[in-house]
Ligand binder design. Structure first.
Ligand SMILES: [Zn+2]
Length: 282
C-alpha cells in the first residue's frame, strides 16, 4: 500500500480536514530517513555547526578532534547566566579560554536585557550572539510561562499562545540587545504541534522574515529540533535571509547534522545563503 492510500484508509487525510494541502501528519510521514552522510557532491554549503556545547561528556578537545575528523567547523556556545557568566570578567575568561582553539566563540543569552550587564567591548570579542525564543512568557490564559520543549506544557488556547509567542519573537528580534543569530525558531510545544501548519501562518512567517532582514539577523537551522521547516526556509531564502547550522548538541550527537544537511540540500541553499563569522580560525 502506498503512503497516500494508507493515509486515506486510516482516515488521516480526511481527519486533517485539509486534503489537497500537505497535512502535518503527511508532512512527517513523508520524511525519508535523514542520514545524509551520502550528501550529494553538488551540495555547496559550508559545513559549519555554530551551536555546540561543552559538557561532562564532551570537552573542547573532543570538539576539536571531531572537527578534524569530520571537516566540520564548530562554534562553541555558552549560556549567559548570573552564576557562571554574569559579568565582564567571567565573559572575558570564557572567551579567553576558547581562544587557543580553532573554534568560533558564541554567546547564548537566555533573557532579554542581558547585555546591560556587560560592556560592548567585551561582548564584541565573541564571534556572534545567538538567542532562541524557547521560553515564552504568558503562554496560556493563566499567565504561565511555557518552555516549548516541555512535553506537559499547558496550553488552553493555541491562538492565545501564538499571540504571546509572536510578541516574544518580536521582543528578541527588535530589542536593544545585540543578536546575530535567531536560534531554534518555530518549534511548538507537543500539545499543539498537530496544529503546526495552521498556527504558523504565512503572515506570521513573513513577520519574522521582515524582522530578521531589518536587523540583518541570521536564522539557525536546528538539527536537534528539526526546525525551521521547508516552507519557511524557501520563503526566507528568496527574501535574502542568511542561515546557520546549529545542532545544539553536547555529546556523541555532535557532528551528525542530518537534518541540517537534508533540508539545506532540499532547499538548494548555497554558500551565499549562510552567515559566516568574520574571524579566521585554524
Ligand atoms: Zn544551546
Amino acid at each position: 500500500m502506498d503512503r497516500k492510500t494508507f493515509l486515506q484508509t486510516t482516515g488521516l487525510l480526511v481527519a486533517s480536514g485539509i486534503a489537497g494541502k500537505t497535512s502535518a501528519a503527511e508532512r512527517y510521514l513523508s520524511h525519508e530517513p535523514l542520514n545524509t552522510s551520502h550528501a550529494s557532491p553538488a551540495a555547496d554549503f559550508p559545513l559549519m555547526d555554530l551551536h555546540v556545547h561543552r559538557s561532562n561528556t564532551q570537552t573542547i578537545d573532543d570538539i576539536v578532534a571531531k572537527s578534524k575528523a569530520t571537516g566540520i567547523r564548530f562554534g562553541v556556545m555558552e549560556n549567559i547566566n548570573a552564576r557562571s557568566m554574569g559579568n565582564n570578567e567571567q565573559m572575558k575568561a570564557y572567551i579567553d579560554s576558547l581562544r587557543p582553539y580553532p573554534v568560533y566563540i558564541g554567546l547564548q543569552p537566555m533573557e532579554l536585557g542581558w547585555s546591560k550587564n556587560f560592556s560592548p567591548e567585551v561582548i564584541a570579542q565573541a564571534d556572534y550572539v545567538t538567542m532562541d525564543p524557547q521560553v515564552v512568557p504568558n503562554g496560556n490564559t493563566y499567565g504561565e510561562t511555557i518552555s516549548v520543549w516541555v512535553y506537559a506544557s499547558y496550553i488552553d488556547d493555541p491562538e492565545y499562545f501564538m499571540e504571546s509567542n509572536m510578541k516574544h519573537y518580536m521582543n528578541i528580534l527588535t530589542g536593544n540587545d545585540p543578536i546575530n543569530i535567531f536560534g531554534c525558531p518555530f518549534f511548538l510545544p507537543a500539545p499543539i504541534e498537530r496544529l503546526y501548519d495552521k498556527l504558523w501562518t504565512k503572515a506570521r512567517l513573513q513577520q519574522v522574515i521582515d524582522a530578521l532582514l531589518a536587523k540583518n539577523i541570521a536564522i539557525e537551522i536546528n538539527d536537534l529540533m528539526r526546525v525551521p521547516h521547508e516552507e519557511f526556509i524557501l520563503m526566507a531564502k528568496s527574501a535574502g535571509v542568511k542561515f546557520t547550522f546549529g545542532s545544539d548538541t553536547r555529546n556523541q550527537q555532535t557532528g551528525r547534522m542530518d537534518y541540517c544537511k537534508y533540508i539545506a540540500e532540499k532547499c538548494k541553499l548555497t554558500r551565499n545563503d549562510f552567515f559566516i563569522p568574520e574571524r579566521q580560525i585554524g
